[in-house]
Write a protein that binds this ligand. Structure first.
Ligand SMILES: [Mg+2]
Length: 225
């Protein structure tokens, strides 16, 4: 029997693309750069590639922070200081809380039946603040983050550290909900945690990872749990 729910935050409960769009636009305005969907798309692609590298242990988050926007600007031939823009982007992103459709209703439902924790690869203060802005913070017992734990999903040590914080809960009594087969599903499954893959988009994640459940909208999870 499931007793505990772990849920990813970005692109599961909060819409990372929309939050990024708001933050990129605000920072462009600040520095007189023109915003375009090409800029956002390039940023999303580079961010996704770098997060894959972080999750594989190939680079650290500090490398992403130092190089991400410089890479975006150099690929698009924009002459601007990427590290300066990164700083501004992060500060604007901190104040974003755009929700994925159904997140409020799902968390309201789950929190009546289970103990709910967030499990996110990100800084603790930022994620807590964004959940507060979105009005979702009250549904959680605690927000686990890679920053506080010191390990990044899918590293099993991330999930073991979360489980260690729970009293008398076995891994199979936990379900992990997330949009990444690699970070959320493979990592949790390796620890014996039940898994629910939120397939938001038809992504081409090349992996043979199989989740216990797959949904294409958050509210479908109400039928499973
Ligand atoms: Mg995610």
């Amino acid at each position: 029997m499931i007793k505990v729910v772990f849920t990813d935050i970005d692109d599961t409960l909060l819409d990372f693309t929309e939050c990024s769009r708001i933050a990129v636009k605000a920072s462009c305005r600040k520095y007189g750069l023109s915003f375009s969907s090409e800029l956002l798309d390039r940023f999303m692609r580079i961010t996704s590639r770098m997060w894959k590298d972080i999750e594989n242990g190939a680079i650290t988050r500090e490398v992403l922070i130092k190089t991400r926007w410089n890479t975006v600007f150099s690929e698009l031939g924009i002459d601007f200081d990427g590290e300066l823009f990164e700083k501004s982007f992060r500060s604007d992103f901190y104040d974003t809380g755009e929700k994925v459709e159904g997140s409020d209703e799902l968390l309201g439902y789950l929190s009546q039946k289970y103990t709910v924790f967030a499990a996110s690869n990100a800084p603790y203060d930022q994620q807590l603040h964004r959940l507060k802005i979105a009005g979702l913070h009250g549904y959680f017992d605690y927000v686990f983050t890679s920053e506080k734990i010191g390990y990044t999903k899918p590293d099993p040590r991330f999930f073991h550290a979360c489980i260690d914080e729970l009293k008398n809960i076995e891994p199979h009594q936990i379900i992990m909900i997330g949009d990444s087969l690699r970070a959320d599903i493979a990592g949790a499954a390796a620890c014996g945690i039940t898994t629910c893959y939120f397939k938001r988009v038809n992504d081409a994640e090349a992996t043979d990872v199989k989740a216990d459940y797959t949904v294409t909208s958050l509210l479908q999870i109400k039928d499973l749990l």
